[in-house]
Design a protein around this ligand. Structure first.
Ligand code: UDP
Ligand code: LCN
Length: 786
């Protein structure tokens, strides 16, 4: 039988195919569609559509036939359907990044292809919000943008009422972008290569473009000191002629001739420092540029630009949470981003030092990680203004307090409530950065919504290159977070967050993502950025084109885990044995104290282990519940979780408080003591790595049960330690783990299924102990080849 997708040719749209299909199986389709509209206005997801279809078409053959046809195709590719009787509008996504909208009348089965705007308008009818004129949305940054962001939900009630026809609509796609975009799903996230090819073609076709390249080189300088070329080489022909002379001269010198030996001659020809530290390197750089000017090609272009001295001072913003180097991990809002940014600074400084040396320069790079100064810093150093970054020579953490009308804000605030403080923060941080760097930075990088917004405000003001990194956009973590924004706003301020995200992603010169799925999802699920393409916050504004996932600004560079710390349990000589007695106590002592509660009766059982911040989305309580419910699993293994704290009165984080209470309830409800160890947040990276390895010694597994995980550093940390890993199939981990080969994917929406999958693994390991090694090695292999 034909598979659903084979009933349609790739070039055909659903709206073209549907009428014919409806003619063929109109009777069943009608039954189905009438069922869908029966309950009135609502949003339906794929599983709802399937469930209801199954209630009206009970005959298995008929069902199979229908699923093999166009209805099957529509259902399989539908992301959501908006029902407003007698119509059902489907948002169909045949491939990553490609969307189609179709409206069907359930009574007469007439079909209409609609655009994103009409689909969103239709969807808005479900919630019937009153629209207000919302004045803050224009593309230049308004003076008090951030304050407005936070206050507009309140202020809009003071604004004029708008009717639906005048609802605010945002369309970034309408802007005249100079860069072309890609067209293949498979190219998404590979923007650098596309850009090189595009620039190459421009350089080839338009000679004016070569002059732009010369002008760019003329503009290069470090604190006023000219680099690469000076004004004597201000045209393409002069530059080309000088390069030919330089190339001939450099080729005749021994490779290791230091730059200083030919510096004077170089200068006479119009060249400045920056070409290389010796004759070989300078000669190569000259050659790359000569090739580019003669017959541009992407390889030489990329090679040349990788050598151009244009970055010395970098600012990274990572604002929320407790940004520090000790005692911070696991605190509310303080997780992978801190680890990632610190690892990134070390790697970036190393790269800058190497490049600067190879360019023949003696400047010192400067990297500032700018975060919030927290006067009430608990046991952390987050109240210190400056802190050198460990394992670097020239990088520092700079902390700037949140300034309010009432003075400095002393307490921690949730990342969801951070918006009112960001504009003052940008001003104060910018002034301090410029003072410390004695000028503008060369590159500004933001992290997460708050860091990205501040980075884009600062970059916009200074005209600096802007890179943004999210790794976790909140929008996809909460179901229907757009249409339900009003309900969620008091707690999450998504109206601010989605707006800030869109501003930042559209201002960015480049966006670094951890995986393809972060941009454009997978076959079945839209990506985090893709979910900003078209959405609506009914009553507030409608986004008909929020971002283009085919934009070459998107580039994938996955994070890794520090392999000097996260290495396999089998590398016994490297193991951090000094931690082992403490870990033994942590896991197995019967005492309950501030660091651990619960205990493990049978110490011989393998351990399933999880570690995360105690956020709702991390679903540690979900895992505890699956374990509680599954007797087979409980007989096979013990559960150990590292998460948050035990006393809800000690937390200021809404979600954490709720999750702490839920953990206690679950431990009581399922009588888990004796089989569970709940350990408070752990802050020592090295000790944690040894903990993963000790769990591997128990022939256990790591479980990452998140309802949604953007990337998931714990997943790669566990895999690096050789610990078989079960991770959520919702988000980044699905791209990391090949199911059944390098670990397992579990669906957090189906707890029973997931806990049975874990139980099956341990059952199989009991029968065949070699199986555990196969999965452990599969995980390591995946990490090394990735
Ligand atoms: N982590 C930790 N102690 C804890 C909880 C988490 O050290 O109590 C670390 C963990 O090892 C990982 C990071 O925090 O390095 C969490 O990153 P991940 O990407 O898994 O999640 P995020 O917190 O960024 O959402
Ligand atoms: C933020 C997240 O939510 C995680 O999924 C990532 O692993 C982390 O940042 C580091 O990139």
């Amino acid at each position: 039988a034909a598979s659903p997708s084979s009933v349609m040719k790739r070039s055909e749209s659903v709206v073209e195919t549907m009428p014919e299909a409806l003619r063929q199986s109109g009777y069943h389709m009608k039954k189905c569609f009438l069922k869908y509209v029966e309950k009135g206005k609502r949003m339906m997801k794929l599983h709802h559509l399937m469930q209801e279809m199954e209630t009206v078409i009970v005959d298995q053959d008929e069902k199979a036939e229908l699923l093999e046809g166009v209805l099957g195709f529509i259902l399989c590719t539908t992301q959501e359907a908006a029902v407003v009787p007698p119509y059902i509008a489907f948002a169909i996504r045949p491939n990553p990044g490609f969307w189609e909208y179709v409206k069907v009348n359930a009574n007469d089965l007439s079909v209409e292809g609609i655009n994103a705007t009409d689909y969103l308008k239709f969807k808005e009818m479900i919630v019937d919000e009153k629209w207000y004129i919302c004045k803050i949305f224009y593309l230049g940054f308004p003076k008090s943008l951030v304050e407005n962001l936070y206050n507009y939900v309140l202020s809009m009630f003071k604004s004029f009422r708008a009717n639906d026809a005048n609802a605010s609509e945002i369309d970034f796609g309408a802007m005249d972008f100079k860069m072309p975009t890609m067209s293949l799903s498979s190219s998404i996230g590979n923007g650098v290569h596309f850009t090189s090819k595009f620039i190459t073609s421009k350089l080839y076709a338009q000679c004016g473009c070569q002059q732009l390249l010369v002008d760019y080189l003329l503009s290069l300088n470090h604190q006023g000191e000219k680099l690469m070329i000076n004004d004597t080489l201000n045209t393409v022909s002069k530059l080309q002629a000088a390069l030919i002379v330089a190339h001939a001269s450099l080729s005749s010198l021994p490779n290791d001739t230091p730059y200083q030996s030919f510096e004077l001659r170089f200068k006479e020809w119009g060249f400045e420092k920056g070409w290389g530290d010796n004759a070989k390197r300078a000669c190569e750089t000259v050659r790359f540029l000569l090739e580019v000017l003669q017959a541009p090609d992407p390889v030489n272009l990329e090679a040349f630009f990788s050598r151009v001295p244009n970055i010395f001072n970098v600012v990274l913003f990572s604002i929320h949470g407790y940004f520090g180097q000790s005692n911070v991990l696991g605190l509310p809002d303080t997780g992978g981003q801190v680890v990632y940014v610190l690892d990134q600074v070390v790697a970036m400084e190393e790269e800058l030092l190497l490049r600067i040396k190879q360019q023949g320069l003696s400047f010192k790079p400067q990297i500032l990680v700018v975060t919030r100064l927290l006067p009430d810093a608990k046991e952390t150093k987050c109240n210190k203004v400056l802190e050198p970054v460990l394992n670097t020579k020239h990088s520092q953490i700079l902390r700037i307090p949140f300034r309010t009308e009432k003075g400095v804000l002393r307490k921690w605030v949730s990342r969801f409530d951070i918006y009112p403080y960001l504009e003052n923060f940008t001003q104060d941080a910018s002034a301090k950065i410029i003072e410390m760097m004695e000028g503008k930075p060369d590159l500004i990088i933001g992290n997460y919504t708050d860091g990205n917004l501040v980075a884009s405000l600062m970059a916009n003001k200074l005209g600096t290159t802007l890179g943004t990194i999210a790794h976790a956009l909140e929008k996809t973590k909460y179901e229907d977070s757009d249409i339900k924004w009003k309900q969620l706003d008091p707690k999450y301020h998504f109206s601010c967050q989605f707006t800030a995200d869109m501003i930042a992603m559209n201002s960015a010169d480049f966006i670094i993502t951890s995986t393809f799925q972060e941009i454009a999802g997978s076959k079945d699920r839209p990506g985090q950025y893709e979910s900003h393409v078209a959405f609506t916050l009914p009553g507030l504004y409608r986004v008909v084109s929020g971002i283009n996932v085919f934009d070459p600004k998107f580039n994938i560079a996955s994070p890794g885990a520090d392999q000097t710390v996260y290495f396999p349990y089998t590398e016994t000589s490297k193991r951090f044995t000094t931690f082992q007695p403490a870990i033994e106590e942590l896991l197995f002592s019967k005492v309950e104290n501030n660091e651990h509660i619960g205990y493990l009766e049978d110490k011989k059982k393998p351990i399933i282990f999880s570690m995360a911040r105690l956020d709702t989305v991390k679903n540690i309580t979900g895992l505890t519940e699956w374990f509680g419910e599954n007797t087979r699993l409980r007989n096979l293994v013990n559960l150990v979780v590292v998460a948050g704290f035990f006393d809800p009165s000690k937390s200021k984080d809404r979600e954490e408080i709720a999750e702490i209470k839920k953990m206690h309830l679950l431990i009581d409800k399922y009588q888990l003591k004796g089989q569970i160890r709940w350990i408070a947040a752990q802050t020592d990276k090295s000790r944690n790595s040894e903990l993963y390895r000790c769990i591997a010694d128990s022939k256990g597994a790591f479980v990452q049960p998140a309802i949604y995980e953007a990337f998931g550093l714990t997943v790669i940390e566990a895999m690096n330690c050789g610990l078989p890993t079960f991770a959520t199939n919702q988000g980044g981990p699905a791209e990391i783990i090949v199911d059944g080969v390098s670990g397992f994917q579990i669906d957090p929406n189906y707890g029973d299924q997931s806990s049975n999958k874990i139980a099956d693994f341990f059952h199989k390991c009991k029968e065949d102990p070699g199986y555990w090694n196969i999965i452990s090695e599969g995980g390591l292999k995946r990490i090394y080849e990735w």
